[in-house]
Design a protein around this ligand. Structure first.
Ligand code: NAP
Length: 282
């Protein structure tokens, strides 16, 4: 197939590598000319341009730009593509995108691969990023089965696992398991850095071990991504943060009152509950 990819960064570049290796013709579009040239030189795409016109022959187009550019890009793309072109995106939030884009293009199907690394840009692109990762898809009542099948076949071919969901449910779930952890992890790092006793802070910096490495990872990632999560998933994220605040207050109260049996009960519950999340069973 002829597949277009807009936004040749971590996600778009990684997808291009896998799909090209499966024999598809990959046409790329990115913001910078140098990125397009690098993508061609490294064999990540067959051809690339900063001009959306290059995608006029694409049968399926993945929009892999930052979230705020997804809807405006689709608006600019429409004059160049035929009515049976399938458009999809990889944005980390779905409702604000699907609400706007569904009215612009009938063959738009929202998507979100649950895969990534702490790096960004074309240099961060790598093969097999999506293997065994969930890929959320949010078809609507208007989505035609024939187009849905084409898209799901492509996604399955990069060995991702398809999960169908509603945009709003998706946004609430990612607020809990992705966006809330970023804010908690960022608050953890900020708490450590705000330590007044410099001797303690310096010692903490030296002796920090695997526990700190695990829990600070997402809060120490790309600030742009965290900002987008908060801006575009604000309500669901706030709801999760308020729920977390309640949990934090409860644990403070348990420790203040030295209610060790209750703390043990709670830690036992979370020790067992963690295994209910698929990723924690791997
Ligand atoms: P990224 O590495 O920064 O890649 C995005 C690339 O898009 C940039 O490198 C930039 O390339 C290009 N770009 C920016 N604005 C553009 C525009 N208006 N038109 C065309 N190209 C443009 O970011 P990413 O991590 O791949 O994220 C991309 C999307 O994937 C986001 O919507 C994000 O929500 C979603 N996502 C990210 C992750 C993750 O963990 N990172 C996971 C799942 C989904 P040049 O400036 O070099 O041309």
């Amino acid at each position: 197939m002829i597949i277009g990819i807009i936004g040749l960064g971590l996600i778009g570049g990684s997808l291009a590598i896998d799909l090209r290796s499966l024999g598809h013709k990959i046409l790329g579009v990115s913001r910078k000319q140098t990125t397009c040239e690098q993508a061609i030189a490294r064999g990540i795409v067959d051809d690339a341009s900063t001009d959306l016109k290059i995608l006029s022959s694409a049968e399926v187009i993945f929009i892999c730009t930052p979230i705020e550019a997804i809807a405006p890009t689709i608006q600019q793309l429409i004059p160049y593509i035929s009515t049976d072109t399938i458009l999809t995106d990889v944005g980390s939030v779905k409702k604000p995108i699907v609400d706007v884009v569904a009215g612009l293009w009938d063959n738009f199907i929202g998507g979100h691969p649950m895969a990534g690394t702490a790096d960004s840009g074309l240099d961060a692109a790598l093969s097999n990023l999506f293997v065994d990762r969930c890929w959320c898809i949010t078809p609507t009542n208007n989505t035609q089965e024939i187009y849905l099948n084409i898209l799901t076949n492509i996604i399955t071919s990069v060995q991702a696992k398809i999960i169908f969901c509603q945009p709003q449910e998706h946004d609430q779930a990612v607020a809990l398991i992705s966006h809330l952890p970023v804010m908690i992890s960022s608050s953890l790092i900020a708490t450590c850095l705000a330590e007044n006793d410099l001797n303690v802070l310096n010692l903490a910096k030296i002796i920090a071990s695997s526990g700190f490495k695990d829990t600070s990872r997402v809060g120490g990632g790309n600030p742009e991504l965290g900002l987008m999560m908060a801006k575009y998933n604000r309500q669901a994220l706030l709801t999760s943060l308020y729920q977390y605040q309640e949990q934090l207050n409860a644990i403070v109260n348990i420790i203040e009152t030295e209610n060790w049996s209750k703390l043990n009960e709670r830690l036992t519950m979370t020790n067992q509950g963690r295994t209910e999340f698929t990723i924690c069973q791997q």
